[in-house]
Design a protein around this ligand. Structure first.
Ligand code: PNS
Length: 159
């Protein structure tokens, strides 16, 4: 059973994340989308809300499950018996951070690969931060997020 972890903040999940999930789920037998608890960063959505929005959005994909983790990603990946950590790469601006994260994680547990999937062209500029910013000021974001997220953003911002 080849398991991979797709970790992130997912505050909230976007169509860009969904694209990576769909592609990674075809490479591995099982994919766990893992929402990080980050006490230093208060999000728009609670971790539970994010999990629910992801669950709703990946329902059609059979081999994907959604979970949360606290502490170090590499410990979580190791404890889960994962073969790989999957990360999406959009532009070169992502690279430095992703490279550092990969180096550090592979120092700690060299048997766990980090696998980068390059974002599809149509999602290369998309981020949760940008989506939230547009939704906050009442712009529809239906083209950029799964329906459950567009709805949840509308509710959050009261538009
Ligand atoms: O969606 P994001 O915010 O880019 O995801 C970043 C995330 C959650 C994957 C990263 O911050 C992380 O792994 N956090 C857990 C703590 C950890 O392992 N930190 C060391 C990374 S080298």
């Amino acid at each position: 059973m080849r398991l991979a972890i797709y970790p992130g903040s997912f505050d909230p999940i976007t169509n860009g994340h969904l694209d990576i999930i769909g592609r990674a789920s075809r490479i591995f037998d099982r994919l766990t989308v893992a929402v990080a608890h980050n006490s230093a960063k208060r999000g728009l959505f609670t971790v539970n809300e994010r999990v629910e929005l992801i669950r709703e959005s990946v329902r059609a994909i059979g081999n994907v499950e959604v979970s949360t983790f606290e502490g170090l990603l590499i410990d979580y990946a190791s404890d889960s018996g994962a073969l790989a950590i999957v990360r999406g790469l959009r532009a070169v601006t992502d690279f430095d951070y992703e490279y550092a994260m990969h180096q550090m994680n592979s120092e700690m547990s060299p048997e766990i690969e980090t696998m980068f999937l390059v974002a599809s062209k149509e999602f290369s500029y998309l981020s949760s931060t940008i989506v939230k910013e547009f939704a906050r000021y009442g712009r529809p974001v239906d083209n950029f997020t799964p329906p459950a997220v567009s709805e949840a953003l509308l509710k959050k911002f009261g538009h």
